[in-house]
Design a protein around this ligand. Structure first.
Ligand code: AMP
Length: 284
């Protein structure tokens, strides 16, 4: 695996590889890698891509300073995992490489409605930062395919919109299913910060999502939502939202709607750790 730290170097390398007929598949990450990240790499490998991974903990997407400072950094273990996964190229830039002239000068994008709900509402400025960093990374890497995890459902829609706003019509975006622990907890770099007792209850988020799906025929979402909030609170968690939305455009739904594709989404805090998860509400 080749490690690049300079934008120009990786850009030149990828352009050369493209002339040889190789297709760059890009997996942007913030490191502290786990099996969820590796599933994106496996997908890109199955698609016979030139595997490009980036690790960059982007300061501009953290609305909470404490969360940024405590974000896990495990770079040596990450490099070993990427080597073992057959990653071809790792981009490991500094803040200056990503934001020459400072983050204030980086181009911002307007995601409209998507930035006003759920994660957008709970974390002001978060998607602005996500848009800044991914736009910059896409300009540098110019991938054939961008691999994203469904775990961050709203982010997937935001980034699809980003590619439209950037006019990247040729870029393919592949969304890969969420990888979970045995109890259903979605894998996340932040899970490492959970204490043993916090970890023991964290699977409840997924159980609540499953109950939202399984109770769709009973009718009233507000009742199911209240049940989920109460169960989480009873275990000492703080739910930020328990929501049902149109899976295409994230219109918030007050109730189940059999005529629309639906997604259920939850954000909850356990102590100071904030976790998010979602599932598509399949009709059966
Ligand atoms: P992050 O390092 O958290 O920014 O995540 C980098 C990419 O990995 C994003 O596209 C995430 O959605 C994806 N990802 C994170 N966790 C998982 C998971 N448990 N399953 C699948 N993809 C994931």
């Amino acid at each position: 695996m080749i490690i690049f730290k300079k934008s120009q170097d990786i850009k030149d390398y990828i352009l050369r590889e493209k002339t040889l007929g190789h297709k760059p598949g890009f997996i942007p990450t913030m490191g502290a890698l786990h099996a969820g990240h590796l599933s994106l790499i496996a997908k890109a490998r199955a698609n016979k891509m030139l595997l490009i991974c980036s690790i960059f903990v982007n300061p501009t997407q953290f609305n909470d300073k404490n969360d940024f400072e405590k974000y896990p950094v495990t770079i040596e273990a990450d490099i070993e995992m990427l080597e073992n996964a057959g990653c071809d190229v790792l981009f490991l830039p500094s803040v200056d490489e990503i934001y020459p002239g400072g983050p204030e000068k980086a181009k911002g994008y307007d995601f409209g409605y998507l930035d006003t709900i759920l994660e957008g509402a709970q974390r002001p400025g978060h998607f602005h930062g996500v848009g800044q960093v991914v736009a910059r990374l896409l300009e540098i890497v110019q991938p054939h395919t961008l691999y994203l995890g469904q775990k961050d459902y709203q982010q997937c829609l935001v980034l699809r919109k980003l590619t439209e706003l950037m006019g990247l019509k040729e870029l393919k975006v592949e969304i890969c299913p969420t990888v979970r622990e045995a109890d259903g907890l979605a894998m996340s770099s932040r899970n490492r910060r959970l204490t043993e007792s916090q970890r023991a209850i964290a699977g409840l988020i997924y159980q609540c999502l499953v109950s939202i799906e399984s109770k769709q025929h009973a009718g009233d979402f507000s009742v199911v939502k209240k049940e989920c909030e109460d169960i989480m609170k009873a275990k000492g968690m703080t739910p930020e939202y328990v929501a049902l939305a149109d899976a295409h455009d994230l219109t918030i739904l007050e109730n189940y709607d059999a005529d629309r594709p639906m997604v259920a989404l939850i954000a909850a805090r356990i102590g100071e750790i904030r976790l998010i998860d979602n599932i598509l509400v399949e009709r059966h």
